[in-house]
Design a protein around this ligand. Structure first.
Ligand code: DP6
Length: 359
């Protein structure tokens, strides 16, 4: 598929007013997306576990309007009008308009809520942009009833990517690849695809306990961080390493080798933050408690031999990942020893999930 395959021919139906609702989850990358080219094309491939509990629920109401010169929409979060969300959505609409030419013919009311606290520092862009992309696709599906499910999913992921790169990995589950790489057949820069190879039992029901270390506004947005990879001294090696790590992950996912899995995942997390620390300007998103937690995880792992590991996003929060069969002991350890490092002792228990649902 290429970009032009997502530009529709004339619609066979018309729509007046209506409402569609989707819920879409967040995802956690194992091999990280960090660095992009124009038009939201990733500089390297990434792979993620889709989450199950951290979700955005978006209801899109639409009605036709007279003039079709501008976009017209209002946004609400938890019932409250959010004009500060508008610029990001306006940018999204501008990027996807060529693929959904009906957008200027409607006035939209976008009502959204998250299952996780908004100020938790958990990125809502992946779940939020994927939910909105799915709502628009449900409209297009009504305009083009013969659309196949495969096309619907691919185009929804394609559009979500134009809202936020990582969002294209949230629509389906349980393991999604985004970014063309020889390591993964069918992979594309344009949309996420399901990981196509065998996955060991160990990774079914994988747990992710998210420790909310710092809920404050990030001092550097992901978008700025991605851009800093452009003149970055280590960028080329990093992009190459991501391809190699995807290749290395295949036998690990197949054999269920948890020690190798943890080593690769933690190395990816620290490499992501190393890229931030070595860009110009440089920045640090980890907090002292992030490091306290990492050290505690390492000594607990050493002491018990249990398969607990961590990964990080572009922030201070720690995702603690472990197999379901070790969950009892590990969750006790998290509650007894790690939660004290969280802001207001807040954490979220999540696990690998299977993607978005229409409500
Ligand atoms: C660190 O998807 O938030 O979470 O495309 O600019 O919206 P934009 O960036 P975004 O970047 C997320 C990067 C990451 C790693 C990952 O999810 O792969």
């Amino acid at each position: 598929m290429t970009e032009t395959d997502f530009i529709p021919s004339a619609y066979s139906k018309t729509l007046e007013t209506g409402k569609v609702t989707w819920e879409s989850p967040s995802n956690i990358a194992l091999v990280k997306y960090w660095g992009k080219k124009e038009n939201q094309i990733p500089a390297n491939p990434s792979i993620s576990f889709t989450l199950n509990n951290c979700k955005t629920i978006t209801e899109l109401s639409y009605r036709t309007k007279e003039s079709d010169t501008d976009f017209s929409f209002e946004v609400y979060l938890d019932g409250e009008k959010k004009d500060d969300f508008k610029p990001k959505i306006e940018t999204f609409l501008k990027r996807i308009h060529v693929y959904l030419p009906f957008l200027k013919n409607y006035h939209f009311k976008i009502e959204t809520s998250n299952t996780f606290p908004h100020s938790s520092g958990i990125a809502s862009s992946a779940s939020g942009m994927s939910a909105l992309a799915l709502c628009f696709m449900s409209m297009e599906k009504q305009l083009k009833p013969k659309m196949t499910t495969n096309y619907f999913n691919q185009k929804a992921s394609f559009l979500a990517r134009l809202g936020s790169g990582s969002a294209c990995r949230s629509l389906e589950g349980d393991i999604i690849v985004w970014g063309q790489t020889d390591a993964i057949s069918g992979s594309s820069d344009l949309y996420g695809t399901k990981y196509p190879y065998q996955v060991h039992e160990n990774f079914k029901d994988y747990q992710d306990t998210i420790l909310l270390v710092d809920k404050g506004e990030k001092q550097v947005s992901s978008t700025v961080g991605h851009n800093l990879m452009h003149a970055h001294p280590y960028a080329e090696n990093r992009f190459k390493q991501a391809h190699e790590n995807l290749e290395k992950l295949k036998p690990i996912l197949e054999s269920g080798d948890l020690n190798k899995f943890i080593a690769l995942m933690e190395s990816e997390a620290l490499t992501l933050h190393a890229m931030m620390m070595t860009s110009m300007p440089y920045f640090i998103l980890m907090k002292p408690n992030t490091l306290e937690i990492i050290n505690k995880i390492w000594s607990f792992r050493e002491r018990t031999g249990l398969h607990i590991g961590f990964t990080l996003d572009a922030g201070a929060n720690v995702h603690v990942l472990y197999p379901k069969k070790e969950a009892n002991v590990i969750l006790d350890f998290i509650k007894n020893e790690l939660v004290a490092y969280c802001q207001n002792e807040q954490y979220i228990c999540d696990q690998i999930g299977f993607g978005a649902n229409q409500l």
